[in-house]
Design a protein around this ligand. Structure first.
Ligand SMILES: [Zn+2]
Length: 440
């Protein structure tokens, strides 16, 4: 019975593959996770309070921000590196905070990259004093140049689904005492608007009221208002995508350039796709995962891309997953037709002393070590997924609190959801490093 149904589905896929009709049956989401709108929180001037006060609030809700540092102001480099290792984006705000970047587009990128390690280095910039410098120098070094309020330049404050009309003029709305957004309602109102318009809004914050802000004295914001905004976002996480500016920019550029195409000749009970774009610059490889949905009659599927097992979900006749452009064939397999995967096939927990210890109270990363020059990140996102960054090509294993293996996969792309499950403490091992993380 199952077999008959599956055969029909396979034939249908073959027919669609031959014609343009298929395009309707494999779709790239406007926003990650098929959410309706996107929001980015950006922070300028490298305030000490951004490390000590703001980062823990963001991490509590599983969200990540963009932190624009002024090189010559010698911010808390190790504190900001720790944030990069935890998934936040570190970005440039020049060397000297002079008007029009003082010609520091390339040099500030290089200088900050000498202090902060993250994949692709420093890929976004915020202009000091909101003044747009040489656009060509910006776009040779960065995928985003951020201004302040768009309305201050005769543009709109929020953006549409394709981002700004000029990536060297990406707007962000000023928050705090001198800004437009002061209360939680001010922030959530902006996010509700982009959920309605399928757009993208960015916020620009300096320091916080009553905190140690160093040089970031301009327009302090109530951190409680931001926490309220993040709480609202988490409650509405199916609709609003909160992510660093650089990641949202990559997502938009990839989505506009990418095509998902079915491949012929797959085995029965599988569908095969290629997801490709040809964006080329020297700044990023544009391998942020794109969210995909594919029409299916199957009730249970397994999705792989190369050696990576992709998290997937079947709902309403579609299978949903995140795949990485230009990273190999995507295979969607009917899991009901496949040999049943026995839970006893999971490797028993190893007892060697190098094995990570599970501490029921720890939610922070174990000490970091250099690993072939890259800086890995692992965290639990707002949807409850154990998420890793920069793990391309490395073996990933997730253990539950009993020490049982609950997931094995391979790293792929810039960011990757690797597991979600019951609340509790898990250990994720990437290569030879381990993190203890809590799904709440
Ligand atoms: Zn500034």
């Amino acid at each position: 019975m199952n077999y008959k149904k599956i055969s029909i589905a396979s034939v249908a896929v073959g027919m669609f593959a031959a014609g343009a009709a298929f395009a309707q049956d494999a779709e790239i989401a406007t926003w990650s996770g098929f959410r309706k709108g996107a929001a980015s929180f950006t922070f300028d001037d490298g305030a000490p309070s951004q490390v000590s006060d703001a980062a823990p609030v963001f991490d509590k809700y599983g969200y990540k921000g963009t932190f624009n540092l002024v090189y010559n102001w010698n911010p808390n480099w190790s504190g900001f590196q720790g944030m990069a290792d935890n998934g936040h984006e570190i970005a440039s705000h020049s060397n000297s905070h002079g008007n029009n970047m003082s010609g520091e587009e390339a040099s500030s990128k290089k200088n900050i990259e000498g202090k902060i390690k993250q994949k692709y280095g420093i890929v976004t910039v915020a202009y000091p004093n909101c003044n747009v410098p040489s656009e060509s120098a910006v776009l040779q070094n960065y995928i985003v140049g951020r201004i302040c309020n768009g309305s201050w330049q005769g543009m709109s404050d929020a953006m549409g689904k394709d981002g700004p009309s000029n990536w060297a003029k990406t707007p962000a709305i000023m928050t705090g005492a001198e800004g437009q957004l002061k209360s939680t309602n001010d922030f959530t109102g902006q996010m509700q608007n982009v959920v309605k318009s399928n757009g993208w809004v960015a916020f620009l914050t300096h320091g916080f009221q009553g905190k140690n802000n160093g040089n970031a004295t301009y327009s302090p914001t109530d951190l409680g208002a931001i926490e309220g905004a993040l709480k609202w976002a988490k409650d509405n996480d199916k609709d609003i995508w909160v992510a660093p500016m650089g990641f949202v920019a990559m997502y938009i550029k990839e989505r506009k350039a990418a095509k998902i195409e079915p491949q012929d000749g797959g085995a029965a009970n599988t569908m095969t796709f290629e997801l490709k774009h040809s964006i080329a610059d020297n700044i990023s490889k544009y391998d942020y995962p794109l969210s995909i949905k594919v029409k299916t009659d199957w009730s249970k599927v397994e999705v792989t891309q190369g050696e990576a097992k992709l998290e997937s979900k079947v709902d309403g006749g579609y299978v949903y997953f995140d795949a990485v452009p230009n990273a190999g064939k995507i295979v969607v397999k009917n899991a009901d037709a496949a040999a049943p995967e026995s839970s006893s096939s999971a490797e028993p927990p190893q007892s060697s002393s190098s094995e990570p210890a599970v501490s029921s109270s720890s939610t922070t990363a174990l000490p970091m070590q250099a690993f072939d020059g890259r800086h890995l990140a692992a965290y639990v996102d707002a949807s409850g997924y154990i998420t890793v960054q920069n793990a391309q090509g490395l073996s990933i294993t997730v253990f539950n609190s009993l020490g049982n293996v609950v997931r094995t996969t391979k790293g792929i792309g810039l960011e990757q959801k690797v597991y979600t499950g019951a609340k509790g403490v898990y250990v994720v091992k990437i290569g030879n490093k381990a993190w203890s993380l809590k799904i709440k």
